[in-house]
Write a protein that binds this ligand. Structure first.
Ligand SMILES: NC(=O)c1ccc[n+]([C@@H]2O[C@H](COP(=O)([O-])OP(=O)(O)OC[C@H]3O[C@@H](n4cnc5c(N)ncnc54)[C@H](O)[C@@H]3O)[C@@H](O)[C@H]2O)c1
Length: 301
């Protein structure tokens, strides 16, 4: 196939002032995209803000000649999300790609997590993805084209210690992805989610230096560029990616066991006695929608 390019396409990347988002900005711009570099420019824990993060990346992108513009709004409010997308529309007239990437970290165990910590983390990751996706979706629907990539996390997908808000929010963006998939497919708006592992200020104190060296943010960009391209036809998928490793992961449903016929009472003892079959993941498959899961309830049909 020919080289994937984004000439005449407009790409909005949230949290593009550092880490993985900055790597995306370079990769898209180097392949012809016009890029909106959104970044609030705060600290890792979500405190503070500064325009320098987004401005620096916009200055770096000048070398590619495609045009880049900074936006400093927080993703975490509806008005902020609208201004981010308005920045793209005002400067470039459209939005083809949205990468929901902005993130903060406040790791605390459940009992130590305050309401403020919870709200900040969930607001940036989950509400933030909604606040930017909604106005982007409206423009994409008008244009009959769009590619959206949500950023989930292994913590949310598989679990971790001490990240309740982060984990809940990162599973939440998978739910938001399903919503875009269901409502966007007929308008050629596709949405997928990626779960990256990369060296950034988010991970610089949780992994040893020799491992971080192998986890360059640039190793995440090929998958995101592919998913964001016109070549991509997939929607509703979740991918792990790190250090050159790419793998699909999925929420699956197993056939399980129909014990009764929905006409008689089923006892907890029967659940115990059939535990192996109920919990088996043999023949588990990913589903296209909740309706798809109904076919397993054979007692209903
Ligand atoms: N680095 C990893 O290994 C890893 C693993 C799993 C998921 N992720 C996710 O990848 C994404 C990028 O993380 P990173 O590792 O590059 O971290 P990072 O801290 O380098 O980048 C996050 C960026 O988001 C910006 N940001 C924070 N709050 C914002 C807001 N309200 N509005 C706009 N911008 C805001 C920050 O200023 C920062 O530049 C995050 O969503 C993170 O949760 C990262």
């Amino acid at each position: 196939m020919g080289k994937i390019r984004f000439d005449d396409q407009v790409v909005v990347i949230t949290g593009a002032g550092s880490g993985i988002g900055r790597a995306y900005a370079h990769a898209f711009a180097s392949r012809g995209a016009r890029v909106v570099v959104n970044d609030l420019g705060g600290n890792r824990d979500g405190t503070g803000e500064a325009r320098g993060a987004a401005d620096t990346v916009v200055a770096e992108l000048a070398q590619y000649g495609g045009g880049a513009v900074a936006n400093y709004d927080s993703v975490a409010t509806v008005s902020g999300g609208e201004r981010i997308i308005a920045t793209a529309e005002d400067h470039f007239g459209r939005v083809d790609v949205l990468v929901n990437n902005a993130g903060v970290l406040r790791d605390k165990s459940l009992l130590k997590m305050t309401e403020e910590d919870w709200e900040l983390v969930v607001n940036v990751h989950l509400k933030g993805a909604f606040c930017v996706t909604r106005p982007a979706f409206a423009l994409m629907k008008k244009n009959g084209y769009g590619r959206i990539i949500n950023t989930t996390s292994g913590s949310g997908l598989y679990g971790n210690f001490g990240q309740a808000a982060y984990m809940a929010a990162k599973m939440g963006v998978v739910g938001l992805m399903h919503s875009v998939v269901a409502e966007g497919s007929k308008h050629n708006i596709l949405c997928n989610a990626i779960s990256p592992v990369a060296a950034s200020r988010m991970t610089d104190d949780v992994m040893p230096a020799e491992i971080l060296e192998k986890l360059k943010a640039e190793f995440i960009t090929p998958l995101v560029l592919f998913l964001a391209s016109q070549v991509n036809r997939e929607t509703g998928m979740i991918f792990n990616c790190a250090a050159g490793w790419f793998s699909r992961t999925a929420i699956c449903c197993a056939p399980g066991l129909c014990i009764g016929d929905a006409k008689r009472e089923i006892t907890p003892e029967e659940i115990h006695d059939n535990w192996m079959a109920i919990t088996s993941l043999d023949d588990a498959v990913p589903l296209d929608s909740v309706v798809d899961s109904f076919r397993f309830m054979t007692s209903l049909f």
